[in-house]
Design a protein around this ligand. Structure first.
Ligand SMILES: NC(=O)c1ccc[n+]([C@@H]2O[C@H](COP(=O)([O-])OP(=O)(O)OC[C@H]3O[C@@H](n4cnc5c(N)ncnc54)[C@H](O)[C@@H]3O)[C@@H](O)[C@H]2O)c1
Ligand SMILES: [Zn+2]
Length: 366
């Protein structure tokens, strides 16, 4: 088992990465329950994940001390305030109080919603992340961003609320659908491109073993991705500067997700398209050399296939303008500046964006 400490201005917690970690979750909870005797524990999960892993999750807990399971149906359309209210009511009815502990056991949707529920239930209770998708392990479970969607856009309601601990169990990834695995791996490729050249090279050279879910290869990718994110969040917890580099590929990626109604592509796939698009801007500006750009493109594609999608340039342009990360009047982009290095630029012109959009649509329409 490997441990990475996330240390920010407001939080300090361990992220454990390894195999057979579900037993450790129970042990950790037991210890924290002993410290505060009346503490009741709850686990938020989905029916599908519970059917696959619920038994293994509960087995290490002593009889009578097992967490009470609460459920959120799978799908982005359930990451909404109405579900937060329903679940808060269920917590209240079950007698949850300020000392209660919530465990998020699922992908990024469960983690984001559980974290937000924990942030506001009785003005804040403790929670633990047990991410079950690769994306949640390498990205969403670390860093303290929690929240839900509005009809007007994704993640528009939320708060910063860090977990007390994160347990990334590599074994639970064995049941993850292949497409979900690849979608998460795009965020790890992103981590390599923006800040970790060694991770990039490992992913460049070992796509077969990684995609075959060889545990040692997965562990290496997960550990490096989390270490990168933890390092960035330690320096800039609230995204006032450096943390923005984590949004490489996300300006156009979010626009593609919005323009396709969040139905055609998984988040990681949209981000992969967005990374390729931003790479075109970087190439045109000579921010990145063509040989390095070629390696970046090939490595992203090695974790494909990238599903095609349809959208009009006008729709993508409008959606990119709406991205909440843009300041009024300017278009901010994260551009790769060689492998393992990225820059934040504020002055991307509409014409540059449009030519990147046209490049993307020409490749995505196949
Ligand atoms: N908070 C952050 O910093 C942050 C960062 C990135 C993404 N996110 C959010 O994360 C969400 C996406 O998360 P995701 O990609 O994990 O998707 P997800 O939570 O929808 O999970 C994907 C699918 O995999 C299934 N699943 C999960 N674990 C499984 C397992 N072990 N075996 C079999 N099936 C399994 C789920 O039931 C679901 O159908 C988005 O809402 C996004 O906004 C948040
Ligand atoms: Zn992302």
């Amino acid at each position: 088992m490997r441990t990475i400490h996330v240390k920010t201005a407001s939080a300090d917690y361990p992220v454990f990465i390894g195999r057979n970690l579900l037993a450790q979750v129970a042990r950790h909870v037991q210890r924290s329950v002993q410290k505060s005797a009346a503490r009741s524990t709850f686990v938020l999960t989905s029916p599908e994940i519970w059917a696959l892993w619920g038994k293994q999750f509960l087995a290490p807990f002593p009889k009578g001390q097992q967490p009470t399971a609460l459920f959120l149906p799978a799908g982005e359309r359930f990451k909404r305030l109405a579900q937060v209210e329903r679940l808060a009511s269920e917590l209240a009815e079950a007698g949850a109080d300020r000392s209660s502990l919530l465990i998020a056991f699922g992908g990024g949707i469960i983690g984001d919603l559980a974290g937000f529920l924990a942030a506001i239930y009785m003005r804040g209770i403790d929670y633990i992340q047990v991410p079950t998708t690769l994306l949640a392990q390498v990205d969403s479970s670390v860093g303290g961003k929690t929240g839900v969607n509005l009809a007007a856009g994704k993640n528009l309601i939320g708060s910063f609320h860090h977990p007390r601990a994160v347990f990334a169990d590599i074994d639970v990834l064995q049941t993850l659908p292949d497409r979900e695995l690849r979608a998460g791996l795009f965020e790890s490729v992103k981590a390599g491109i923006i800040r970790d050249a060694a991770l990039f090279r490992f992913m460049e050279q070992n796509s077969k073993t990684i995609l075959a879910r060889e545990p040692a290869a997965l562990e290496r990718v997960i550990v490096a991705s989390i270490r990168m994110k933890a390092g960035v969040v330690a320096i800039d917890e609230r995204e006032s500067g450096l943390r923005m580099i984590l949004n490489y590929g996300h300006t156009l990626g979010h626009a593609i997700e919005a323009a396709t109604g969040y139905r055609t592509l998984l988040h990681g796939e949209a981000i992969a398209w967005g990374m390729l698009a931003a790479l075109q801007i970087a190439l045109a500006r000579n921010t990145v050399g063509s040989d390095q750009a070629e390696r970046i493109e090939q490595t992203i594609l090695a974790y494909g296939p990238l599903p095609p999608f349809r959208a009009t340039p006008a729709k993508l342009l409008a959606a990119a303008g709406r991205d909440k990360k843009n300041r009024a009047g300017t278009r901010r982009f994260i551009l790769p500046k060689g492998i393992g290095n990225a820059v934040i630029v504020e002055d991307v012109m509409e014409a540059e964006l449009l030519s990147a959009i046209n490049w993307t649509l020409a490749h995505a329409h196949k």
